[in-house]
Design a binder for this molecule. Structure first.
Ligand code: MG
Length: 159
């Protein structure tokens, strides 16, 4: 039976941090703030996968109070989510995601993001969708105070 999950994440843009999305370091004047590498895209995908399993969100498994995850590359969270799918004898069907960022331009980095997400999940790049949009200069994303990401995942489970 195919199960679907949804994920959403947002991190604040601050000076003095690297901007990492989909495992790719993107040259920019600001980066995303957070306990781990603050990769909002990977976090949203992780929550979508956990949601498809009916599990609680990423913060439940990787609390931001745990020093083990300080500065952690977010691919470890995706690897853990994929492991949970495998533990349930499931298969990831596909993942689709949208990044919402006013700046910088995301499109040139999407192919590499797909590669890294697919590698972390142990699936083909063809199963991963990544898109990006601006917020038409409106709201916190439009003011470049943060970057958001949303994702859906479908997982084929034996029950
Ligand atoms: Mg997050």
């Amino acid at each position: 039976m195919v199960h679907v999950g949804i994920g959403y994440d947002v991190h604040q843009l601050v000076a003095g941090r690297k901007l990492i999305l989909g495992g790719v370091e993107i040259p920019h004047s600001k980066g995303l703030d957070g306990h781990s590498d603050a990769d909002a895209l990977m976090h949203a995908i992780c929550d979508a996968l956990l949601g498809a399993l009916g599990e609680p969100d990423i913060g439940h498994f990787f609390p931001n109070t745990d020093p083990r995850w300080k500065g952690a590359p977010s691919k470890v969270f995706l690897e853990a989510a994929a492991k949970q799918v495998a533990n349930r004898k499931g298969k990831i069907v596909n993942v689709d995601a949208t990044i919402i960022a006013q700046e910088p331009k995301i499109y040139p980095h999407i192919a590499e993001m797909k590669k890294r997400i697919a590698a972390a999940l142990g699936v083909s790049e063809k199963q991963i969708g990544v898109k990006a949009t601006t917020n038409e200069k409106m709201g916190f994303v439009g003011r470049e105070e943060g970057i958001a990401a949303m994702a859906v995942a479908s997982v084929d489970l034996p029950e």
